[in-house]
Design a binder for this molecule. Structure first.
Ligand SMILES: [Zn+2]
Length: 124
């Protein structure tokens, strides 16, 4: 998993920002903009974006493509994290390649991210 060095992972926001690295990396590889009429710039309210199979991932990516600044409110990071967890969870759920104790990068990330969210959701 690529992580940036020098980031303060001992603060809640630093830890949350770090957790966002993995889904950004996965989603950027998953979404295919070859046929996108907007070249990957998600537009709220655009009918084609609403119907696009990559709509949800693309929308997330457009909000979270940049590494969050140290001043990003925790609430915002947690909400981006929640969406990423839902997205990745739905991509592994019911897939035989990911049994309950699966140790692939995605399942391990989901485990970390969900327990982080469980612990910190009430703090915003
Ligand atoms: Zn897995």
């Amino acid at each position: 998993m690529p992580t940036l060095t020098g980031r303060n992972t001992r603060t809640l926001t630093g830890y949350a920002a770090n957790l966002l690295d993995y889904p950004r990396w996965v989603i950027e590889r998953e979404v295919d903009f070859t046929d996108c009429h907007l070249g990957g710039s998600f537009a709220e309210g655009d009918q084609r974006c609403a119907e696009c199979q990559f709509g949800q991932a693309c929308c997330w990516l457009n909000r979270n493509r940049a590494t969050p600044s140290p001043n990003t409110p925790l609430e915002e990071l947690l909400s981006a994290l929640t969406t990423a967890v839902d997205y990745l969870r739905s991509s592994v759920r019911g897939d035989d390649a990911h049994p309950n104790q699966c140790e692939c990068a995605t399942c391990l990330w989901l485990h970390d991210a969900s327990s982080f969210l469980r612990t910190n959701r009430h703090k915003t």
